[in-house]
Ligand binder design. Structure first.
Ligand code: DQA
Length: 148
């Protein structure tokens, strides 16, 4: 399966950005974590990475994923999760399975706005709070979804 790991704003600075909240590792360790979680099934998964700070670029990349025959998307939309009707509109029609991920447990954070997700109703599920492991668990969830 071809899986797109799509990161939104401020996630290019992973490792440097508020490590007490988002951890100190970067996306580099994801293939290793996916191997740990999926074992030999990880050979059946090919990950593609894309990060952009702009809402429109993320939408362009999702539209492109549909054309390219990407099988599913692991999406950390960053703050756009909580603000973007445009991203939600895109996910509403795209007909690709999407797992929403967050490094932090957004439901446990102090700002009430982080407890709201515009994209949540258009995804197959949400994984939050496990740092980089959130992404690996999301890849596994997507894998199981695609198998069924
Ligand atoms: C985040 C949580 C968001 O609220 C925040 O705006 C981010 C990162 C996370 O991975 O925990 O940029 O999506």
């Amino acid at each position: 399966y071809n899986i797109l790991v799509l990161n939104g704003p401020n996630l290019g600075a992973l490792g440097k950005r508020q490590p007490e909240i988002y951890g100190s590792s970067t996306m580099d360790i994801l293939p290793e974590l996916v191997l740990q979680v999926l074992g030999k099934n990880s050979q059946r998964v090919s990950l593609e990475f894309y990060q952009n700070n702009s809402e429109g670029k993320l939408i362009d990349r999702i539209e492109q994923a549909r054309e390219e025959g990407i099988d599913g998307i692991v999406l950390n939309a960053g703050a756009y999760t909580h603000t973007s009707l445009a991203l939600a509109d895109c996910l509403a029609w795209i007909e690709l399975p999407v797992v929403e991920v967050h490094l932090s447990n957004v439901l446990a954070r102090s700002e009430p706005t982080r407890q709201k997700s515009f994209i949540g109703r258009h995804v197959i599920g949400v994984i939050a709070g496990f740092g980089m492991m959130s992404y690996a668990l999301a890849v596994q969830a997507l894998f199981q979804h695609l198998e069924n």
